[in-house]
Design a protein around this ligand. Sequence first.
Ligand code: PLP
Length: 391
Amino acid sequence: MKIEPSRQLQHYQTGIFAALNEKKEELLQSGRKVYNLSVGTPDFPVFDHIREALVTAASDPEQYHYTLRDLPELHTAVKDYYKKRFDVEISTDQIVAVPGSQEGIPHLGMALCNPEDVVLLPNPGYPAFEVGAHFGNAEPYFYELREENDFLPRLDEIPEDIARRAKYMMISYPYNPVCAIAPPSFYEEVIAFARKYNIILVHDNAYSDIIYDGVQGGSFLSYEGAEEVGVEVFSLSKSFNLTGARVSFIIGNQQVIDAVKLLRSQYDFCIFEPIQRAAIAALRGPLDQVKIQCQEYQNRRDALCGGLRSIGWDVRDSAGTMFVWARIPEGFSSSQEFVIRLMEETGVICTPGDAFGTMGEGYVRFALVLPVETLQEMVRTIDESGILKQN
Ligand SMILES: Cc1ncc(COP(=O)(O)O)c(C=O)c1O
């Protein structure tokens, strides 16, 4: 019997990531030193108070039944955190927990869209954003983020008919992969745009705690009118190193939250309670380690961006996120060609920018997941390989 998967699967591929992984295994097997900066999994440990809350809850046999609900204490902890951290007032009804933004964002597409709708997506784009449009059977429209515009969208470039058909628009700052942040004027402009065209705004706020040079990370919901037009997707993964016990929240506009809750009620028995307990500990606990960690990411950014500049590769400093977005050096014809050559000649693994869309061509992304000393050693290895001077 031949089984045809759904037409939707034609949109998806594992392509370059599978190829990178294969190449990495080859290098390791041949005894080469590998610097793997391709995936954004934090190497920092989960904080003790969070792990202890999870372990304590997980040792209770009662926890192993279906969970069936978001704990009311969890919603209250999110509400209090938003007040304390972002000075944003929300009610507990405006919150729904999801097992990670990577899952929540595509499901928003399913909860909101019909086939005649358009979803406005950034290019370069975090891949899960586009999945939302496909889950909703909607048409993706990619707006361009260009370096000369500080990776902010030009809303006047979005055609009027597309804006009229758009159901929701994904935005995200600090933004992975381009590592840019947005000024308050951008949020004011995009909220006015959303109001004008009746577009829901979805702000992915995965990096509110990884932002550099003294800038304070904030919440989209702190802007006037934000709650009327949109929601924020707030992940604990990166702030609290919980990528293996993922929990995120969709927060904001009541009608959007109710739609998401109705959708989830059809398939979701809610997040394992010990993970919810860990999330409460994270949100209610001290935030000094989060700040120390942010400083360490900044030190890594300095070691990588400054180090690469010192050997003749003009790399822009990241303003936020745990990544660096670098133009490929002169003389290479594509991001993929450069990534493969870099890997073969230095053992450094990064992600080609075109994995994030056509506007990513000509760039590569490094994840800041190795300590400063290792990044310095890696920069020396790149320098000694001569790859920057070959072409
Ligand atoms: C922009 C962006 N959004 C969402 C996520 C995923 O977050 P979560 O771990 O909550 O699924 C990531 C993870 O790398 C990300 O970079």
